[in-house]
Design a protein around this ligand. Sequence first.
Ligand SMILES: O=C(O)CCC(=O)C(=O)O
Ligand SMILES: [Fe+2]
Length: 234
Amino acid sequence: KENYTCPHHLYSVKIFSEDPLVIYIPDFITQTEAEHLQAISSGQFSSSQIADGTGQQGLASTRNSQSTSLNSDEVIRCIEDRALQFQGYDIPRTRLEPLQAVQYSLNQNYAPHTDWFTSPSQTTPEFGGNRASSFFVYVHAGADIAGGGTQFPLLDAPHDERWCEFVNCDAGWDEGVTFRPIPRNAVFWRNLKGGRGDRRTLHAGLPVQRGEKLGMNIWTREGDLDGRYRSDTI
Ligand SMILES: O=C(O)CCC(=O)C(=O)O
Ligand SMILES: [Fe+2]
């Protein structure tokens, strides 16, 4: 989009968990932004790759969704600014990975994983170290979507019924919490505790049982990424 004016943010915040820090963010992106993200990611997807234990990228059996990194433009920059400001004023843009769109069709899912890496080859200084935080943004989901929530099996389900607007309250108590794929909302969490990966941030993209889902990851590293790995320089 040419001459896009970045709007003042419209999101609200709800602390879901203090430790690990997990924040639910209604209205994180606008309808215009969601439509733009759909438009620029359409036709760009390829089978999602993940890094194996040695840091080698490969097709994974744990994931059959499709993903693509998004090139920077005025709308992307606006969303990046919002994600940085959300985290306070001390985080420079150079710590952001290129935004990544993720698309799920029928029966596609992403098995339980952490966004932080265990392989040292993925956390070298040129990558800015490990992933300090994640936003998962629900960009689009059909009104008829079934499944496709984001499950954190090791977090406690909330007690208050008002959370049922955003989480699946039909799940069993032993299943942790599942955030529903509500378009334009986001979940933010901190991946590291004392500089180490926090196991409790384990999460999964549950299978889409009806309809389609488009999501987006915004990952902030501990330090600056080398220009080769950033969207503002490529
Ligand atoms: O699809 C989801 O709900 C989560 C996706 C995810 O965790 C990821 O792409 O790292
Ligand atoms: Fe993830």
